[in-house]
Design a protein around this ligand. Structure first.
Ligand code: NAP
Length: 248
């Protein structure tokens, strides 16, 4: 018997993949959202169903409202929504602010900020007791970049994650009396393919000496914090952020 449906955005690879597999292992039916890599998402679904769980892959760009509505419609077909893991996010090539294009900024904010807020909106419409829902949890994916600032690399990305920090606090207070807990996880350097998309595939190795624990983190180590925040063990925890960064 499912413990309710959890949507994980950007779940085909990296941290989202780990979150999806861990959520399924804890009894949730999972919507595995992805942007374009269908093979990767299908592999996550196969891993979940092969272990006896329930999952569907749903293509959709979180920055596009119609796609967000389709992702949530797919979740509605699976059952009652119990949680949203707002994980999808992008970086861009290393650049100074004085070199940024408007197109880069628009894309970054549309996916990392607008996408997360649109998905949260749909989750609240389904889970809030004010809308006839049964409550639930939302976990947003921040980054230590929001407090470090990422100078000379991607200050725009850091700023987008700063928005996630503020959004987490505000939405948590807004829906706290409506059965929904809202928290965030702030990963440090985690070993995923996101660094290759920024043109620095060896980023974790390159910066490991800056990490007090002298190693990058794994996607599973981030997912463990996410799933704890979603669990009943965190029943009095809302509006907070857990940093998973090896001490950075
Ligand atoms: P990743 O390995 O690059 O995977 C990104 C996932 O997001 C993929 O499944 C991708 O889909 C999906 N995605 C990208 N754009 C999307 C969109 N517009 N709509 C829906 N899905 C989209 O990334 P990651 O390292 O796991 O990062 C996941 C989250 O953690 C992000 O929010 C990131 O900012 C945050 N984070 C990561 C680190 C780190 O060091 N890795 C550190 C701090 C924070 P496709 O597979 O179809 O491309």
């Amino acid at each position: 018997m499912s413990k309710g449906v959890v949507i994980v955005t950007g779940a085909g690879r990296g941290i989202g993949r780990s979150c999806a597999i861990m959520a399924a292992a804890r009894g949730h039916a999972v919507v595995v959202n992805y942007a374009s890599n269908a093979a990767a998402a299908d592999e996550v679904v196969a891993a979940i169903t092969g272990a006896g769980g329930q999952a569907v892959a749903v293509k959709g760009d979180v920055a596009v409202e119609q796609d967000v509505l389709a992702i949530f419609a797919a979740a509605d077909k699976l059952g009652t929504l119990a949680g949203l893991i707002n994980n999808a996010g992008v970086v861009d090539q290393k650049s100074r602010v004085d070199q940024f294009s408007a197109a880069r900024l628009t894309r970054m904010m549309a996916i990392n900020v607008v996408g997360s807020i649109l998905c949260a909106r749909e989750a609240v419409r389904r889970m809030s007791t004010a809308h006839g829902g049964k409550g639930g949890t939302i976990v947003n994916m921040g980054s230590v970049a929001s407090v470090l600032g990422s100078p000379n690399e991607f200050v725009d990305y850091a700023a987008s994650k700063g928005a996630i920090d503020s959004f987490t606090i505000g939405l948590a207070k807004e829906v706290a009396a409506e059965g929904i807990r809202v928290n965030a996880v702030r990963p440090g350097l985690i070993d995923t393919e996101i660094h290759a998309s920024a043109g620095v595939p060896d980023r974790v190795e390159r910066f490991r000496d800056l990490i007090p624990m002298k190693r990058g983190g794994s996607a599973d180590e981030v997912a463990a914090a996410v799933l704890w925040l979603m669990s009943d063990e965190a029943s009095y925890t809302t509006g907070t952020t857990i940093t998973v960064s090896g001490g950075r």
